[in-house]
Design a protein around this ligand. Structure first.
Ligand SMILES: [Zn+2]
Length: 76
């Protein structure tokens, strides 16, 4: 597993910060959830993992976008 650079993240274009330490840099991973009530018993979610404290933020949507830290957030 290569170590990629941490990135900025937005949710619906809203800048996202760590719920614990307020850092704005994250690593993204796809996380497989075991759920009941679905045919496959599996759903995929997106995890944003804080680059500093490691807190895992789980999302069940496609609204997450990642941005290179050196480029900053998009305008508008
Ligand atoms: Zn954090």
């Amino acid at each position: 597993m290569g170590r990629k650079a941490a990135t900025l993240a937005t949710i619906n274009r809203i800048p996202f910060r760590c719920q614990v330490c307020q850092l704005d840099l994250f690593f993204r991973k796809q996380v497989k959830l075991q759920v009941t009530g679905t045919l496959s018993g599996i759903e995929w979610s997106t995890a944003l993992i804080c680059a500093r404290c490691g807190y895992v933020h789980l999302f069940m949507n496609d609204a997450i976008e990642l941005w290179a830290a050196e480029g900053g957030y998009p305008q508008g």
